[in-house]
Design a protein around this ligand. Structure first.
Ligand SMILES: Cc1ncc(COP(=O)(O)O)c(C=O)c1O
Length: 410
């Protein structure tokens, strides 16, 4: 039996695979510390829970319009006005099964076979795979200065007559970098003038630290909702820590939204009304939950940075947002324990039961992505275990769970 070559060429999501590995180890009673996971530990906002519970207990759980319940779309329009200073109509909005499906819909809607989409490294693991899935070509732009933000000139150089879109994810998964407003302004100008779409994956846009308020791409265009090339993707997963509710949305021009509705109507039909009610509850409820999540994550970031400072030979650019950092472990990759970030991540999991994600998955070999969305205890204990395994200056003995271990490989 032969399977589709395209489908078979799609790589498994490494982050989901690691989640599963961690779950299995935990089930066996192992004291795993998960610094790989991309979700905060908070409970969903009470307004989300009440609203979805009310919908569920009504028993009236049926198909909804493919593009989303009108009341949820209204809440998204209000969110767009409040946070982006942009007035859009219900025709500009489509609700999907998480931002991942939103991105799939956009890319499927834009790409003909061989069309190119520019992806900026370090990048979220799913962009290149989704682009390949629809027959497009991901064109990766890696910052030449070794940093986490490509320059405008580097991005401009990657534009060709096949370029359909540029994806911008700021604050960025995996690096936590927040792109400068000037770069966003330049990209908007480039895209509007060349007719290239600018896909802004804003899933972390409220998780920004140190008082910074990055300007949304809309700020730099004077074109209205129907004529701008700016597309915005957002969702409740990271904003409210509601990853399991699977609600994302797109704001785009009406024509694109119409095509995406057709695509979605032939694939998933609509999102569960119970989950849509939850998202509406979160969006219309008290927004202080977002700020308290942001503050606790900022505190976690500070703890992580402090812990990493005492790690010999590890360098880390301080994240300006998200709940990820992408420290440079090249000193250890070059030394005895591992020859690349995949081996290093496996080594750490085996020796220390700490889950990390190899930088190679994000286009940044030699780095490891660490999530600080969990507890302060996980961060401090996780880094202590990593230091024990890698840093010859760290004590050679450690307790992992109730097992005393002695390092004998450095
Ligand atoms: C950059 C980025 N975009 C999109 C998503 C997908 O979000 P959702 O859970 O709403 O599908 C993620 C999830 O990790 C992400 O990191």
């Amino acid at each position: 039996m032969s399977l589709s070559q395209v489908a078979c060429s799609i790589a498994e999501s490494p982050t989901l695979r690691l989640n599963e590995e961690a779950r299995l180890l935990r089930e066996r009673g192992e004291p795993v510390i998960h610094l790989g996971i991309g979700e905060p530990k908070n409970k969903a906002p009470i307004t989300a829970i009440l609203s979805s519970a009310a919908k569920l207990s009504s028993g009236d759980v049926k198909y909804t319009p493919t593009d989303g319940l009108p009341s949820l779309k209204k809440a998204i329009i209000r969110y767009t006005e409040d946070n982006y200073n942009r007035i859009v109509s219900p025709y500009n909005v489509i609700v999907s099964e998480g931002a991942k499906q939103s991105l799939f819909n956009i890319i499927f809607t834009l790409c003909n076979p061989q069309d190119e989409i520019i992806v900026l490294a370090p990048y979220w693991v799913s962009y290149p795979e989704i682009i390949r899935m629809v027959g497009g070509i991901p064109v990766i732009v890696t910052p030449e200065d070794g940093g986490f933000v490509p320059s405008f000139e580097e991005i401009e150089r990657a534009v060709s007559s096949y370029t359909k879109a540029i994806i911008v994810n700021s604050p960025n998964n995996p690096s936590g970098a927040v792109y400068p407003d000037e770069l966003i302004a330049e990209l908007v100008e480039l895209c509007e003038s060349k007719g290239i779409y600018l896909i802004c994956d804003d899933i972390y846009h409220k998780l920004v630290f140190d008082g910074r308020v990055p300007a949304p791409a809309y700020k730099f265009t004077n074109k209205d909702a129907e004529n701008t090339k700016v597309i915005v993707v957002n969702g409740v997963a990271k904003l409210y820590g509601m990853t399991g509710f699977r609600i994302g949305w797109v704001v785009a021009n009406r024509k694109m939204v119409e095509v995406m509705i057709n695509v979605q109507s032939q694939t998933t039909t609509c999102v569960s009304p119970v989950m849509q009610a939850a998202a509406e509850g979160a969006l219309t409820g008290m927004q202080s939950v977002v700020e308290s999540l942001r503050l606790s994550i900022q505190n976690n970031r500070d703890v992580l940075m402090q812990e990493l400072h005492s790690f010999t030979d590890v360098h880390c650019v301080k994240p300006g947002g998200t709940f990820y950092a992408l420290p440079d472990f090249r000193a250890y990759v070059r030394k005895s324990v591992a020859k690349d970030s995949v081996e290093l991540s496996n080594f750490l999991l085996k020796r220390t039961l700490v889950v990390t994600v190899p930088g190679r998955e994000f286009g940044m070999e030699g780095h490891l992505r660490l999530s600080y969305a969990g507890s302060v205890k996980d961060i401090t204990e996780g880094i202590e275990r990593m230091k024990w395994a890698l840093d010859p200056n760290a004590p050679s003995e450690i307790y992992i769970g109730d097992r005393k271990l002695v390092r004998d490989w450095l």
